[in-house]
Design a protein around this ligand. Sequence first.
Ligand code: PLP
Length: 385
Amino acid sequence: MPQSPIYLDHQSTTPMDPRVLEVMLPYFTKIYGNPSSRNHVFGWEAAEGVDEAKEKCAQLIGAHPSELIFTSGATESINLALKGILLNQPEKNHIITCATEHSAVLDTCASLEALGYPVTYLPVNEHGLICLEELEAAIRADTGLICIHFANNETGAVQPITKIGELSRAKNIPFFSDATQAVGKIPVSVKQGGVDLVCFSGHKMYGPKGIGILYKRKNISLKAQLEGGRQQAGFRSGTLNVPGIIGLGEACAISRLEMSEEASRLSEWRDELEQELMRLGGVHQNGPTDTRLPHCSNLYIEGVSGEAFILSLGSKLAFSQGAACSSVTRQLSHVLLAMQKSPEIIESSFRFSLGRFNTKYEINEAKEQLKSAILSHRIHQGYSF
Ligand code: PLP
Protein backbone atom coordinates (compact mmCIF):
# COMPACT_ATOMS: atom_id res chain seq x y z
CA MET A 1 0.00 0.00 0.00
CA PRO A 2 1.42 3.44 -0.87
CA GLN A 3 2.45 5.54 2.13
CA SER A 4 -0.06 8.19 3.18
CA PRO A 5 0.94 11.80 2.71
CA ILE A 6 2.06 13.71 5.81
CA TYR A 7 -1.04 15.36 7.22
CA LEU A 8 -0.66 19.10 7.78
CA ASP A 9 -4.31 20.13 7.59
CA HIS A 10 -5.40 19.90 11.22
CA GLN A 11 -7.50 23.06 11.01
CA SER A 12 -9.71 21.24 8.57
CA THR A 13 -10.14 18.25 10.85
CA THR A 14 -8.07 16.14 13.21
CA PRO A 15 -7.61 12.39 13.43
CA MET A 16 -9.40 10.96 16.43
CA ASP A 17 -7.11 10.18 19.36
CA PRO A 18 -7.11 6.38 19.93
CA ARG A 19 -7.66 7.07 23.64
CA VAL A 20 -10.91 8.79 22.69
CA LEU A 21 -12.03 5.86 20.56
CA GLU A 22 -11.30 3.45 23.38
CA VAL A 23 -13.65 5.14 25.84
CA MET A 24 -16.34 5.54 23.18
CA LEU A 25 -16.51 1.90 22.05
CA PRO A 26 -18.57 0.42 24.94
CA TYR A 27 -21.19 3.11 24.34
CA PHE A 28 -21.99 1.67 20.91
CA THR A 29 -22.57 -1.92 21.94
CA LYS A 30 -22.85 -2.32 25.71
CA ILE A 31 -23.97 0.94 27.28
CA TYR A 32 -26.41 1.74 24.52
CA GLY A 33 -29.32 3.04 26.58
CA ASN A 34 -31.09 6.30 25.93
CA PRO A 35 -30.03 8.71 28.70
CA SER A 36 -33.59 10.02 28.80
CA SER A 37 -34.87 6.55 29.82
CA ARG A 38 -35.38 7.08 33.54
CA ASN A 39 -36.80 3.68 34.44
CA HIS A 40 -34.00 1.19 33.92
CA VAL A 41 -30.31 0.62 34.29
CA PHE A 42 -29.58 1.02 30.56
CA GLY A 43 -30.77 4.61 30.68
CA TRP A 44 -29.10 5.32 34.02
CA GLU A 45 -25.71 4.08 32.82
CA ALA A 46 -25.87 6.15 29.67
CA ALA A 47 -26.96 9.22 31.66
CA GLU A 48 -24.09 8.71 34.08
CA GLY A 49 -21.60 8.58 31.17
CA VAL A 50 -23.10 11.74 29.70
CA ASP A 51 -22.88 13.58 33.03
CA GLU A 52 -19.23 12.63 33.49
CA ALA A 53 -18.36 13.67 29.94
CA LYS A 54 -20.20 16.96 30.36
CA GLU A 55 -18.21 17.70 33.47
CA LYS A 56 -14.96 17.17 31.53
CA CYS A 57 -16.13 19.47 28.71
CA ALA A 58 -17.16 22.12 31.23
CA GLN A 59 -13.82 21.94 33.03
CA LEU A 60 -11.88 22.67 29.84
CA ILE A 61 -13.57 26.03 29.40
CA GLY A 62 -14.25 26.90 33.04
CA ALA A 63 -18.02 26.52 32.65
CA HIS A 64 -20.70 24.88 34.80
CA PRO A 65 -22.00 21.65 33.19
CA SER A 66 -25.56 22.98 33.26
CA GLU A 67 -24.47 25.73 30.86
CA LEU A 68 -23.54 23.31 28.05
CA ILE A 69 -25.79 22.21 25.19
CA PHE A 70 -24.63 19.30 23.03
CA THR A 71 -25.18 19.76 19.30
CA SER A 72 -24.03 18.03 16.11
CA GLY A 73 -21.05 20.38 15.71
CA ALA A 74 -20.02 23.99 15.50
CA THR A 75 -22.27 24.80 12.53
CA GLU A 76 -25.37 23.80 14.48
CA SER A 77 -24.14 25.61 17.60
CA ILE A 78 -23.60 28.77 15.58
CA ASN A 79 -27.08 28.59 14.06
CA LEU A 80 -28.57 27.99 17.51
CA ALA A 81 -26.64 30.87 19.07
CA LEU A 82 -27.34 33.46 16.37
CA LYS A 83 -30.93 32.57 15.56
CA GLY A 84 -31.69 31.56 19.14
CA ILE A 85 -30.68 34.97 20.46
CA LEU A 86 -31.93 37.19 17.65
CA LEU A 87 -35.29 35.55 17.01
CA ASN A 88 -35.93 35.82 20.75
CA GLN A 89 -35.56 39.60 20.99
CA PRO A 90 -37.10 41.33 17.95
CA GLU A 91 -36.56 44.80 19.39
CA LYS A 92 -32.78 44.27 19.65
CA ASN A 93 -32.17 42.91 16.20
CA HIS A 94 -28.82 44.40 15.12
CA ILE A 95 -25.83 42.02 14.93
CA ILE A 96 -22.18 43.03 14.91
CA THR A 97 -19.85 40.45 13.44
CA CYS A 98 -16.65 40.50 11.45
CA ALA A 99 -15.65 40.00 7.83
CA THR A 100 -13.36 37.03 8.53
CA GLU A 101 -15.84 34.78 10.34
CA HIS A 102 -16.35 31.20 9.21
CA SER A 103 -19.06 30.72 6.58
CA ALA A 104 -21.27 29.10 9.24
CA VAL A 105 -21.49 32.55 10.87
CA LEU A 106 -21.51 34.62 7.68
CA ASP A 107 -24.22 32.54 6.00
CA THR A 108 -26.38 32.53 9.13
CA CYS A 109 -26.00 36.30 9.35
CA ALA A 110 -26.93 36.58 5.67
CA SER A 111 -30.12 34.62 6.23
CA LEU A 112 -31.02 36.77 9.24
CA GLU A 113 -30.28 39.84 7.13
CA ALA A 114 -32.72 38.56 4.52
CA LEU A 115 -35.34 38.46 7.29
CA GLY A 116 -34.68 42.13 8.04
CA TYR A 117 -32.05 41.87 10.77
CA PRO A 118 -29.40 44.56 10.23
CA VAL A 119 -25.82 43.22 10.31
CA THR A 120 -22.57 45.18 10.64
CA TYR A 121 -19.51 43.36 9.31
CA LEU A 122 -16.45 44.84 10.98
CA PRO A 123 -13.34 45.09 8.82
CA VAL A 124 -9.99 43.69 9.99
CA ASN A 125 -6.48 45.13 9.78
CA GLU A 126 -3.72 43.65 7.63
CA HIS A 127 -3.12 41.00 10.32
CA GLY A 128 -6.77 39.95 10.41
CA LEU A 129 -7.62 41.56 13.76
CA ILE A 130 -10.63 43.72 14.49
CA CYS A 131 -10.23 47.21 15.93
CA LEU A 132 -11.91 47.73 19.32
CA GLU A 133 -12.68 51.37 18.59
CA GLU A 134 -14.48 50.33 15.42
CA LEU A 135 -16.43 47.74 17.39
CA GLU A 136 -17.45 50.33 19.96
CA ALA A 137 -18.46 52.78 17.23
CA ALA A 138 -20.64 50.13 15.57
CA ILE A 139 -22.72 49.54 18.72
CA ARG A 140 -26.27 50.93 18.42
CA ALA A 141 -29.25 51.15 20.72
CA ASP A 142 -30.75 48.12 18.95
CA THR A 143 -27.59 45.96 18.96
CA GLY A 144 -28.65 42.54 20.17
CA LEU A 145 -25.50 40.45 19.68
CA ILE A 146 -21.77 40.81 19.20
CA CYS A 147 -20.39 37.80 17.36
CA ILE A 148 -16.61 37.63 16.96
CA HIS A 149 -14.69 34.38 16.50
CA PHE A 150 -11.92 33.45 18.92
CA ALA A 151 -9.33 32.28 16.38
CA ASN A 152 -9.40 32.28 12.63
CA ASN A 153 -9.54 29.02 10.69
CA GLU A 154 -7.29 30.24 7.87
CA THR A 155 -4.62 32.36 9.54
CA GLY A 156 -4.90 31.33 13.20
CA ALA A 157 -5.27 35.01 14.21
CA VAL A 158 -6.57 35.25 17.79
CA GLN A 159 -8.95 38.15 18.36
CA PRO A 160 -8.77 40.35 21.50
CA ILE A 161 -11.52 38.33 23.18
CA THR A 162 -11.13 39.63 26.73
CA LYS A 163 -11.35 43.24 25.59
CA ILE A 164 -14.38 42.49 23.40
CA GLY A 165 -15.98 40.74 26.39
CA GLU A 166 -15.32 43.73 28.64
CA LEU A 167 -16.89 46.08 26.12
CA SER A 168 -19.94 43.92 25.52
CA ARG A 169 -20.40 43.49 29.26
CA ALA A 170 -20.16 47.25 29.80
CA LYS A 171 -22.76 47.83 27.07
CA ASN A 172 -24.93 44.95 28.28
CA ILE A 173 -24.89 43.20 24.90
CA PRO A 174 -24.56 39.40 24.67
CA PHE A 175 -21.24 38.27 23.20
CA PHE A 176 -20.93 35.03 21.24
CA SER A 177 -17.55 33.67 20.16
CA ASP A 178 -17.01 30.83 17.70
CA ALA A 179 -14.05 29.15 19.42
CA THR A 180 -13.98 26.08 17.16
CA GLN A 181 -10.33 26.58 16.24
CA ALA A 182 -9.23 27.64 19.70
CA VAL A 183 -10.69 25.22 22.24
CA GLY A 184 -8.19 22.51 23.11
CA LYS A 185 -5.36 24.42 21.40
CA ILE A 186 -5.07 27.52 23.57
CA PRO A 187 -6.70 28.39 26.90
CA VAL A 188 -10.34 29.39 26.48
CA SER A 189 -12.11 30.31 29.69
CA VAL A 190 -15.62 31.61 29.97
CA LYS A 191 -14.67 32.89 33.42
CA GLN A 192 -12.18 35.42 32.09
CA GLY A 193 -13.27 36.20 28.57
CA GLY A 194 -16.54 38.01 29.30
CA VAL A 195 -18.16 35.80 26.69
CA ASP A 196 -21.78 34.75 27.08
CA LEU A 197 -21.90 32.07 24.41
CA VAL A 198 -19.09 29.91 23.00
CA CYS A 199 -19.11 27.04 20.54
CA PHE A 200 -16.68 24.30 19.62
CA SER A 201 -16.57 21.00 17.82
CA GLY A 202 -15.25 17.49 18.55
CA HIS A 203 -13.53 16.83 15.25
CA LYS A 204 -11.23 19.85 15.50
CA MET A 205 -9.75 18.57 18.75
CA TYR A 206 -9.04 14.87 18.20
CA GLY A 207 -12.58 13.88 19.12
CA PRO A 208 -15.34 12.44 16.94
CA LYS A 209 -17.15 14.17 14.10
CA GLY A 210 -20.82 15.02 14.50
CA ILE A 211 -20.65 16.33 18.07
CA GLY A 212 -20.22 19.88 19.31
CA ILE A 213 -21.13 22.20 22.13
CA LEU A 214 -22.81 25.50 22.64
CA TYR A 215 -21.91 27.06 25.98
CA LYS A 216 -24.60 29.50 27.12
CA ARG A 217 -24.23 31.58 30.24
CA LYS A 218 -27.07 30.90 32.68
CA ASN A 219 -28.82 34.26 32.36
CA ILE A 220 -28.90 34.27 28.54
CA SER A 221 -32.21 33.30 27.02
CA LEU A 222 -32.32 31.44 23.77
CA LYS A 223 -35.07 30.32 21.40
CA ALA A 224 -34.71 26.62 20.59
CA GLN A 225 -34.31 25.85 16.90
CA LEU A 226 -35.47 22.23 16.97
CA GLU A 227 -38.88 21.08 18.14
CA GLY A 228 -39.20 17.63 19.67
CA GLY A 229 -38.63 15.71 22.85
CA ARG A 230 -37.34 18.72 24.80
CA GLN A 231 -34.06 17.06 25.74
CA GLN A 232 -31.37 19.35 27.17
CA ALA A 233 -33.84 21.63 28.93
CA GLY A 234 -35.64 22.09 25.63
CA PHE A 235 -32.74 23.97 24.03
CA ARG A 236 -31.89 21.12 21.70
CA SER A 237 -34.41 18.38 21.18
CA GLY A 238 -33.26 15.00 19.95
CA THR A 239 -31.84 11.86 21.55
CA LEU A 240 -28.34 12.54 22.76
CA ASN A 241 -25.41 11.26 20.70
CA VAL A 242 -24.02 9.34 23.66
CA PRO A 243 -20.85 7.86 22.07
CA GLY A 244 -20.06 11.28 20.56
CA ILE A 245 -20.54 13.00 23.91
CA ILE A 246 -18.34 10.43 25.67
CA GLY A 247 -15.68 10.99 23.01
CA LEU A 248 -15.86 14.76 23.24
CA GLY A 249 -15.56 14.54 27.03
CA GLU A 250 -12.41 12.45 26.74
CA ALA A 251 -10.98 14.74 24.04
CA CYS A 252 -11.54 17.70 26.38
CA ALA A 253 -9.92 15.90 29.32
CA ILE A 254 -6.86 15.02 27.23
CA SER A 255 -6.57 18.57 25.88
CA ARG A 256 -6.79 20.00 29.38
CA LEU A 257 -3.83 17.90 30.49
CA GLU A 258 -1.71 18.07 27.35
CA MET A 259 -2.58 21.38 25.67
CA SER A 260 0.28 23.42 27.01
CA GLU A 261 3.02 20.89 26.18
CA GLU A 262 1.45 20.23 22.79
CA ALA A 263 1.21 23.92 21.97
CA SER A 264 4.85 24.58 22.73
CA ARG A 265 6.04 21.53 20.77
CA LEU A 266 3.92 22.36 17.72
CA SER A 267 4.72 26.06 17.74
CA GLU A 268 8.44 25.26 17.85
CA TRP A 269 8.12 22.95 14.83
CA ARG A 270 5.82 25.43 13.05
CA ASP A 271 8.38 28.21 13.57
CA GLU A 272 11.20 26.00 12.28
CA LEU A 273 9.15 25.15 9.20
CA GLU A 274 8.42 28.81 8.53
CA GLN A 275 12.03 29.90 9.07
CA GLU A 276 13.36 27.21 6.77
CA LEU A 277 10.98 28.23 3.96
CA MET A 278 11.61 31.93 4.55
CA ARG A 279 15.32 31.34 4.04
CA LEU A 280 14.50 30.66 0.38
CA GLY A 281 13.38 34.28 0.08
CA GLY A 282 9.99 35.47 -1.14
CA VAL A 283 8.06 33.63 1.60
CA HIS A 284 5.87 35.77 3.90
CA GLN A 285 3.57 34.99 6.78
CA ASN A 286 -0.08 36.06 6.57
CA GLY A 287 -1.63 37.08 9.90
CA PRO A 288 -0.23 38.24 13.23
CA THR A 289 3.11 36.84 14.42
CA ASP A 290 2.33 36.98 18.12
CA THR A 291 -1.40 36.53 18.66
CA ARG A 292 -2.01 33.41 16.64
CA LEU A 293 -2.67 29.72 17.17
CA PRO A 294 0.48 27.75 17.97
CA HIS A 295 0.07 25.02 15.36
CA CYS A 296 -0.93 27.06 12.35
CA SER A 297 0.94 28.84 9.59
CA ASN A 298 -0.44 30.73 6.61
CA LEU A 299 2.28 31.56 4.10
CA TYR A 300 2.39 33.60 0.92
CA ILE A 301 4.96 31.90 -1.26
CA GLU A 302 6.04 33.99 -4.22
CA GLY A 303 6.46 32.22 -7.54
CA VAL A 304 4.15 29.27 -6.89
CA SER A 305 0.51 29.16 -7.68
CA GLY A 306 -2.32 27.58 -5.78
CA GLU A 307 -3.82 24.33 -6.83
CA ALA A 308 -0.96 23.21 -9.08
CA PHE A 309 1.45 23.49 -6.15
CA ILE A 310 -0.81 21.57 -3.76
CA LEU A 311 -1.51 18.87 -6.31
CA SER A 312 2.16 18.47 -7.23
CA LEU A 313 2.86 17.57 -3.60
CA GLY A 314 -0.34 15.57 -3.19
CA SER A 315 1.28 12.17 -2.73
CA LYS A 316 3.64 13.52 -0.08
CA LEU A 317 1.90 16.28 1.87
CA ALA A 318 -1.71 17.16 2.70
CA PHE A 319 -2.22 20.87 3.24
CA SER A 320 -4.59 23.46 1.87
CA GLN A 321 -5.38 26.99 0.97
CA GLY A 322 -7.68 27.01 4.00
CA ALA A 323 -11.22 27.57 2.96
CA ALA A 324 -9.52 29.86 0.47
CA CYS A 325 -10.13 28.37 -2.86
CA SER A 326 -12.92 25.92 -3.40
CA SER A 327 -11.93 23.80 -6.36
CA VAL A 328 -15.49 24.05 -7.66
CA THR A 329 -16.20 27.77 -7.39
CA ARG A 330 -12.57 28.92 -7.21
CA GLN A 331 -13.55 31.68 -4.86
CA LEU A 332 -10.74 33.66 -3.33
CA SER A 333 -10.37 33.51 0.43
CA HIS A 334 -12.71 36.06 2.01
CA VAL A 335 -10.35 36.10 5.01
CA LEU A 336 -7.28 37.15 3.03
CA LEU A 337 -9.34 39.55 0.91
CA ALA A 338 -10.55 41.24 4.11
CA MET A 339 -6.87 41.56 5.11
CA GLN A 340 -6.35 43.59 1.90
CA LYS A 341 -4.32 40.87 0.17
CA SER A 342 -4.32 41.01 -3.63
CA PRO A 343 -5.76 38.11 -5.67
CA GLU A 344 -2.18 37.23 -6.72
CA ILE A 345 -1.06 36.94 -3.09
CA ILE A 346 -4.13 34.93 -2.16
CA GLU A 347 -3.60 32.53 -5.05
CA SER A 348 -0.08 31.85 -3.73
CA SER A 349 -1.02 31.55 -0.04
CA PHE A 350 -1.20 28.24 1.81
CA ARG A 351 -2.26 26.99 5.21
CA PHE A 352 -0.14 24.46 7.06
CA SER A 353 -1.54 23.20 10.34
CA LEU A 354 0.36 20.77 12.52
CA GLY A 355 -1.16 18.33 14.95
CA ARG A 356 -0.78 15.98 17.90
CA PHE A 357 0.43 12.97 15.94
CA ASN A 358 2.89 14.69 13.63
CA THR A 359 6.48 13.70 14.37
CA LYS A 360 9.67 15.72 14.15
CA TYR A 361 10.70 13.41 11.31
CA GLU A 362 7.53 14.33 9.39
CA ILE A 363 8.09 18.04 9.86
CA ASN A 364 11.68 17.72 8.62
CA GLU A 365 10.43 15.73 5.65
CA ALA A 366 7.76 18.37 4.96
CA LYS A 367 10.41 21.10 4.98
CA GLU A 368 12.49 19.26 2.39
CA GLN A 369 9.51 18.43 0.17
CA LEU A 370 8.24 21.99 0.29
CA LYS A 371 11.61 23.54 -0.41
CA SER A 372 12.27 21.42 -3.46
CA ALA A 373 8.70 21.89 -4.77
CA ILE A 374 8.95 25.67 -4.34
CA LEU A 375 12.26 25.80 -6.18
CA SER A 376 11.04 23.67 -9.05
CA HIS A 377 7.77 25.63 -9.38
CA ARG A 378 9.72 28.84 -9.45
CA ILE A 379 11.96 27.56 -12.23
CA HIS A 380 8.85 26.54 -14.21
CA GLN A 381 7.25 29.94 -13.68
CA GLY A 382 10.48 31.70 -14.71
CA TYR A 383 10.51 33.33 -11.28
CA SER A 384 13.81 34.64 -10.02
CA PHE A 385 14.46 36.09 -6.63
N1 PLP B 1 -16.24 27.60 12.83
C1 PLP B 1 -14.95 27.50 12.52
C2 PLP B 1 -14.00 28.61 12.91
C3 PLP B 1 -14.48 26.39 11.82
O1 PLP B 1 -13.20 26.30 11.50
C4 PLP B 1 -15.41 25.37 11.45
C5 PLP B 1 -14.98 24.21 10.66
O2 PLP B 1 -14.24 24.32 9.71
C6 PLP B 1 -16.75 25.53 11.81
C7 PLP B 1 -17.12 26.65 12.50
C8 PLP B 1 -17.76 24.46 11.49
O3 PLP B 1 -17.54 23.34 12.32
P1 PLP B 1 -18.34 21.96 12.18
O4 PLP B 1 -17.63 21.21 11.12
O5 PLP B 1 -18.19 21.30 13.51
O6 PLP B 1 -19.74 22.26 11.87
